[in-house]
Design a protein around this ligand. Sequence first.
Ligand SMILES: *Cc1c(COP(=O)(O)O)cnc(C)c1O
Length: 224
Amino acid sequence: MDIAETLLKINQELSGSNCQLVAVSKTKSSESIMEAYNVGQRIFGENKVQELTKKYETLPKDIKWHMIGHLQSNKVKYIAPFVNLIHAVDSEKLLATINKEAKKNERVIDCLLQIHIAKEESKFGMNEIEIHSLLSKESFANYKNIKIVGLMGMATNTTDENKIASEFSGIKVLLEKLKSECQSENINLKELSIGMSGDYKIALKEGSTMIRIGSTIFGARNYP
Ligand SMILES: *Cc1c(COP(=O)(O)O)cnc(C)c1O
C-alpha cells in the first residue's frame, strides 16, 4: 500500500472514534510528507528539533507540527514560535523553559506529560507520583504560557497484547484520577497519546485520542 492508501485505511479505522492521527514523519522526505498532506493529513510528528524546524520552514504553514521525542531545554527556543503540541514533557525544568519561551512568543503551548512505563523502551518520562505532585503544586498555576492537555506513553515492546493493554489502561486510569484531583487554569486533561504502528489497535480499544504512526504509513526508517 502506498502512503495515500494507508492513510485512508487508518482513517477508516478511526472514523467514529475520538482519536486523531499523528503521522510520524521523522527521517522522511518532504516529498513523502507532501504525499500525505495532499490527501488531507495535517498533523505530523517529529522527534528532532533541527529536522522539525527545517521542515516547518519549507513545508505548508497549515501543518500542525507535534514534537513527539525527548526535548532538551536548550532547544525549546527553536520550536516555541510554531510547535502545536509537545508530547514528551518529562520534567518541571523543561516545562518551565517551555513556559518562558512560549511567553516570549506571546503564545500558550499545549503539552503532554510523558509517563514512564515500559522500563526497557525509554529512559524518559515521569512516574505517577511525580506527575501527580507536579500537577498538584500550588505554584503550578504560575505557568501561564503552557497548558497540560493530557498524557503520553509508550508500552513495552512485546508481543504480549495483554501486557500492552494493561499498560495503556493504567495510563487511562491515571488520566482520570488526575482529572478529578488536579485542577488549575492551565490544566485541561483530555488527550491520551498512546499507540504506535505495532500497538495502535490496542491503544484505540483503551481510549487513545492520539495515535502516533510512522513506519506503517511511510515505510521503515533508514538511519544513516
Ligand atoms: C518514532 C516514534 C513513533 C512512531 O513509531 P512507528 O513504530 O514507526 O509507528 C511514535 N512515537 C514516538 C515517540 C516515536 O519516537
